[in-house]
Design a protein around this ligand. Structure first.
Ligand SMILES: [Zn+2]
Length: 151
């Protein structure tokens, strides 16, 4: 009985899959699964680089001058990628608005907030999230940097 039920289900599934083909309406295969576009990939890479630069600057591995130059270059790349992605999404005819800037600013704000409230490991330098007591990279106990004097 169980086998019969399974066979019936398989039969229904096959029917449902074949139905559009049989009725002449072939499902467009290319729109079924959309690969991340080149622009999306570049945006991701840029944002990751931006994060790295923020971390390295916060850890003192980058001086301010280098950091600003690096940030400017990466931001320009990220913005270009965001604009390109929006053009791809809108078909390319639409006027470019500044939501790309907003998106980027939001990402930067998130990184900043994490750096501000976060705790850097004194052993390995890993940036741990706010309120962390142990390094999630190496497990060392973290010194809580912000002065939270017991009231
Ligand atoms: Zn660590």
């Amino acid at each position: 009985m169980v086998i019969l039920g399974a066979l019936l289900l398989v039969g229904i599934a096959v029917f449902l899959i074949l139905q559009p083909v049989l009725s002449g309406k072939e499902a467009p295969l290319e729109s079924a699964e959309k690969d991340p576009s080149d622009a999306q990939f570049r945006k991701r890479v840029s944002l990751l680089q931006l994060r790295d630069a923020e971390y390295e600057y916060a850890m003192g591995k980058l001086n301010e001058e280098d950091y600003l130059i690096l940030r400017k270059a990466i931001s320009a790349e990220a913005l270009a990628a965001i604009r390109e992605e929006e053009e791809e999404a809108s078909g390319g005819d639409e006027a470019v608005d500044d939501s790309g800037d907003a998106e980027l600013e939001e990402e930067i704000a998130k990184v900043r907030a994490r750096l501000k409230g976060g705790v850097f490991c004194s052993e390995c330098g890993f940036p741990n999230g706010p309120g962390s007591r142990f390094c999630s990279e190496c497990g060392s106990p973290l010194q809580v940097s912000h002065p939270s004097v017991a009231s």
